[in-house]
Every structure is written in C-alpha cells, then in structure tokens.
Design a protein around this ligand. Structure first.
Ligand code: ZN
Length: 314
C-alpha cells in the first residue's frame, strides 16, 4: 500500500466525479458522482463541486489533512499556470473566469492543480491505461465532439497557457460547416460520433437508407448496420473514418508518436472502427513514421480524468 493519498476530481458539463488515488495511480475509493446541471448552472458549478467534495470526504471518513494534493480535471479551456477557466465550453453558464485552484486551496488548504479534462484523460491513459510506459502518444476522444491530448516525452503538451491539445478544432475542410469556435470545417463537425449520427439520419430521412427509423439512429445502431453489411451505412462510416484518419495523419507527422489512442464510446468497436483507422493511418503516413506506430482503444473509461489529474499534481 502506497503512503500518499490524492484526491482526483473530474468536472464535466453534467456531473462531477471524485475518487481517491494512491501515489501509484490506483483508485483506492469508490468513484462518486454528483450532478452539476440540475438548475441549468444557475448554481455555479464550482459551488456544487466544493459542496460535493466535502460530502465525498465525509462519506470516505477522510479529512483534508490526509490528502497530499488535489488534481482537478475540468471541462473548458483551463489556464494550467493559474488554475483558472479561461475558455468556456460555450454552453456552460457561470463557468468562465472561475478560479478553481485558489478556491480549492483557500477552501481546503490542500495544494491543487487543474488541467483540461481531455488532457487529464490522456495523462491517465499514459500512467495507468493503454499507453502505460509510452513516451509519445496522441489521444483522440470521439463523442459529441472530438477532443484530445498529446503526450511528448512523457509529459502532457500544455502550450503557453495550458490550452494545447484542442485537436477537435483542426480544420479539415476550409469551405466546410461553421464551428462553435468561429472557424469552418473543424474535424469535430466531420469526425465526431454526433457528426456520423447526423449524416446517417439525414440519409435515412432523404430515403437513401431504408429500413431504419431516423429517431433510432445512434452509434450503436450504425455499427450494427455496418456489421450486417448495410452498404450505404458502410459508405458513411468510411467517409467518417477518412476524416478522423486525415486529422491523425497530420498529428502523426507533427508529433511522431509511438501510439495513437482512440477514446469515446465508438472506441469499443475494434474491428469496425479502431482497426480501420489503424489501417488507414499506417497506409497514409510517411513510411518512416509508420514503423512501430500502434493504434489502440483507451482503457480507463470514466476514471481516466481522475487518475490523470492526480498524475498532474503528483
Ligand atoms: Zn472549431
């Protein structure tokens, strides 16, 4: 049993998750989750998080003096030097400008560090997940949006202020759809699971895809159709994989990773998704970049942010 104990907190748009982690990165408590959106953020998330943190510690019969550090993984653009939310995830009220670090340090008297949730998840995967022991890794998380984290020489790439790794906003189509970031054609609009669902739904509504109800289209149904050999759905999935792979090829050429990790619900689809991306990326990158490069699914799931945030404070 390791001596030091850390508190890991993962603040998302719908819930905050908390867990105790030892210095070797093992979760030593049950992960508890509290909702943050119950009144559409009228109660600022930070207030809910502070309250939940006290509840969590009481539940575990721990006091803050036993905690060596608090690592916080948080949604939005996080200035890691200051521990402040400097870019909001758009739809979250009362979030931008929150000084998470000083609030925690004043409230609990424990050294605190904060980083963006996608970067935390990437660090978690390096410490205890799919990229254990790897030093150069690109993590791409595919869901409602596209997020990511880049590990260079065993460290999470933060950039000047801590905003690095926003790979969802790599433009892949300069004449493409408008993005919430103000640009056009970001990979998020072409490579997210939401984008795939939207395209397939449109094809169902237009009559190009038959035998499916538009209201029932989701990632799971799409992959069921692919497995069943539905050629039109396969065409849309292939196009989607092409976009994802194109962004990854650019990242491989920029960072020369030894591993790419794909996260999000769709990363559970090994043959129909992860292996396809792998094949495409390995075929498209310059041959010297392909040697030894692997593509794997993320392993830690929902705990990645908590574990990665603790890695960051440790
Ligand atoms: Zn964008």
């Amino acid at each position: 049993m390791a001596d030091k104990m850390y508190l890991g907190i993962d603040i998302g748009g719908t819930a905050v998750k908390l867990g105790l982690v030892d210095e070797d990165g093992n979760m030593v408590s049950r992960v508890l989750e509290y909702p943050v959106k119950f009144d559409n953020y009228e109660t600022p998330i930070i207030e809910t998080v502070v309250k939940s943190t006290r509840l969590f510690m009481e539940d575990n019969n721990k006091n803050f003096a036993e905690i060596a550090g608090i690592g916080v993984s948080a949604t939005g653009g996080i200035n890691t030097k200051l521990g402040i939310v400097e870019g909001s995830a758009g739809h979250i009220k009362n979030w931008e400008g929150t000084n998470i670090r000083s609030r925690f340090e004043n409230e609990f008297g424990v050294k605190t560090a904060v980083l963006n949730d996608a970067n935390a998840a990437a660090l978690g995967e390096m410490w205890k997940g799919a990229a254990r022991g790897k030093e150069n890794v690109v993590v791409m998380t595919i869901g409602t949006g596209v997020g990511g984290g880049i590990i260079v020489d065993s460290k999470i790439l933060l950039g000047t202020k801590g905003f690095a790794g926003e790979i969802g906003h790599i433009p892949v189509n300069v004449d493409g759809e408008d993005c919430s970031c103000g640009n056009k054609g970001c990979i998020e609009h072409y490579g997210s699971t939401s984008a795939l669902v939207r395209k397939v739904k449109e094809a169902v509504i237009s009559g190009e895809i038959k035998g499916i109800e538009a209201g029932k289209v989701d990632g799971r149904l799409i992959f069921k159709e692919v497995a069943a050999g539905n050629e039109v759905v396969i065409k849309y999935v292939d196009e989607w994989i092409n976009y994802i792979s194109a962004a990854l090829v650019g990242l491989v050429h920029t960072f020369n990773p030894e591993m790419i990790i794909l996260g999000g619900g769709v990363s559970g689809q090994k043959e129909l998704f992860v292996d396809k991306v792998k094949e495409k990326v390995l075929k498209s990158v310059m041959p010297n970049f392909a040697i030894g490069l692997t593509v794997e699914s993320a392993k830690l799931g929902n705990d990645a942010g908590i574990i990665g945030a603790v890695r960051f404070i440790k």
